[in-house]
Ligand binder design. Structure first.
Ligand SMILES: Nc1nc2c(ncn2[C@@H]2O[C@H](COP(=O)(O)OP(=O)(O)OP(=O)(O)O)[C@@H](O)[C@H]2O)c(=O)[nH]1
Length: 447
């Protein structure tokens, strides 16, 4: 896990000289003024803090924190604030201009620059967004989102494609072929209901006729699209809420902290003020990771010592965000397995405490799901949904998994909005969910 996280930070911040950041620690709650909203420049390498620096800042032996005991539902006691660490939003690091190379005394015809087809700017995925500033130009040619989605889902789509090829080579569509095809769909985690619907759609008008792989893929994409259209919904930010509170929950390592970082970048790019609450008080690395995201995106962060009460932190962060008139408060939480009742009770407590401060909050509860976990994700949606009142899903790690079909099974079973999907660790590897794009990518059809 530690290696994975180092990889993320290197990718984000490059291999430049480390520049440790020493956040100002104040004895009482102080909300740092937010800088004027600026567009986030995702592509520029920023040698802000190296993972090594972060690791070095941590104690050699992290304190073992006992899980918080389950408390009776009421009354809720909010612990007094001891010390809140507020890291001021730090202006993006400015780089010195590169030294121009010495002119070479040779006239060389320059190679014509590769002409890239213009890529239409994508929506950021939030409702009622103000005009977003133009994205910074990419320094190097980069795949557009659909190409990255297709590449990410290639293991899932080729598993399906291989199955289709083996089932439909020179065969008429009979009951046996349909049964074999249904098995391929079930093995690809699409779920029984969707597998049956796709098989039925394929049978219609084609029974006892020869059928080729492309036709099967077209039907597959269309049926998957039908299942996904009702759940492909943007994350609605209510501008009347100051702040709109987003609580991010999920099993360990599913990508909560990374998703919060990516979301804060999108929200800041839309000109919104953002506060991050480092509610994963179990893991020092998660707090450090969030601080880096705050610096990078110009967000304010509220953090406390490891082992601090997560619900108290959430309460104080909300109070600070209200006082500052912050647009969006994103609250991170510690990862927890859905079958650990005491940890799920702690999550309930966090929500109760938030409601003490604002009875309408949290306004969004996002569950992050790791696509590589396959069928277990269904149980995660069910239990987190019941305990935490999940309002929407973010599916991460769709890159490099053969189990991307699980998203379709989840959509068919729960009908919960899917707001975003992630196909990598980079800031721009999270995108609003599109039913059409996903259906084409998983069926292996070109855009
Ligand atoms: N390949 C890939 N990796 C991802 C994606 N999203 C997150 N990760 C990586 O997954 C690992 C875990 O991500 P975190 O954001 O720390 O997960 P978390 O849910 O906050 O973890 P806990 O705090 O332990 O519960 C990190 O190495 C991330 O870089 C994704 O879409 N694709």
């Amino acid at each position: 896990m530690a290696e994975e996280k180092k990889g993320l930070f290197r990718r984000f911040f490059g291999g430049g000289a480390p520049k440790p950041v020493e956040p100002e620690v104040v004895a009482e709650t102080v909300v740092a003024p937010q800088p004027a909203p600026e567009p986030v420049a995702p592509a520029a390498p920023e040698p802000v803090v190296s993972p090594e620096a972060v690791v070095a800042a941590e104690p050699a032996t992290p304190e073992v924190i006992e899980p918080i005991a389950v408390e009776p539902p009421a009354p809720v006691i909010v612990e007094p604030v001891e010390a809140i660490e507020v890291v001021e939003a730090i202006a993006p690091v400015e780089f010195e201009a590169e030294v121009a190379p010495e002119p070479i005394p040779l006239v060389i015809e320059p190679e014509p620059a590769p002409v890239e087809a213009p890529v239409a700017p994508r929506k950021t995925g939030f409702f009622a967004a103000p005009e977003a500033p133009a994205p910074a130009p990419e320094p190097a040619p980069k795949q557009n989102w659909f190409q990255r989605l297709r590449a990410g889902l290639s293991r899932s789509s080729s598993a399906l494609s291989d199955g289709i090829v083996s089932v439909f080579t020179k065969r008429k569509l009979d009951n046996e072929t349909l049964d074999d095809f249904e098995d391929v769909l079930i093995q690809a985690d699409l779920g029984l209901t969707t597998a049956a619907a796709i098989t039925a759609a394929l049978k219609k008008g084609r029974f006892d006729k020869e059928i080729d792989g492309d036709e099967v893929r077209t039907v597959l994409a269309e049926e998957v699209r039908k299942v996904l259209i009702p759940v492909a919904k943007p994350l609605v930010i209510d501008p009347a809420r100051k702040p709109h509170v987003i609580l991010v929950v999920g099993v360990n390592g599913t990508g909560k902290t990374t998703t919060i970082g990516k979301l804060s970048a999108k929200l800041r790019a839309e000109g919104r003020s953002v506060m991050l609450a480092a509610g994963d008080t179990f893991r020092a690395a998660a707090v450090e990771q969030l601080k880096i995201w705050a610096q990078r995106t110009g967000s304010t962060i509220v953090a406390r010592a490891i082992g601090a009460d997560a619900s108290g932190l959430a309460f104080d962060a909300l109070k600070d965000a209200q006082a500052a008139g912050t647009d969006v408060l994103l609250i991170d939480t510690a990862g927890r397995l859905q079958n650990r009742t005491e940890l799920m009770a702690e999550l309930e407590k966090i929500i109760r405490v938030i409601k003490k401060q604002d009875p309408t909050a949290p306004h969004s509860v996002l569950l992050t799901l790791d696509a590589t976990t396959g069928q277990n994700a269904l149980q995660q949606v069910e239990i987190f949904g019941r305990v935490a009142g999940v309002t929407g899903l973010v599916m991460t790690k769709l890159d490099g998994t053969a189990r991307g079909g699980i998203l379709v099974a989840i959509a068919a079973k729960f009908g919960l909005p899917i707001h975003f999907i992630g196909v990598g660790e980079g800031v721009d590897d999270l995108e609003p969910f599109s039913a059409d794009e996903f259906a084409k990518a998983i069926a292996g059809i070109a855009a």
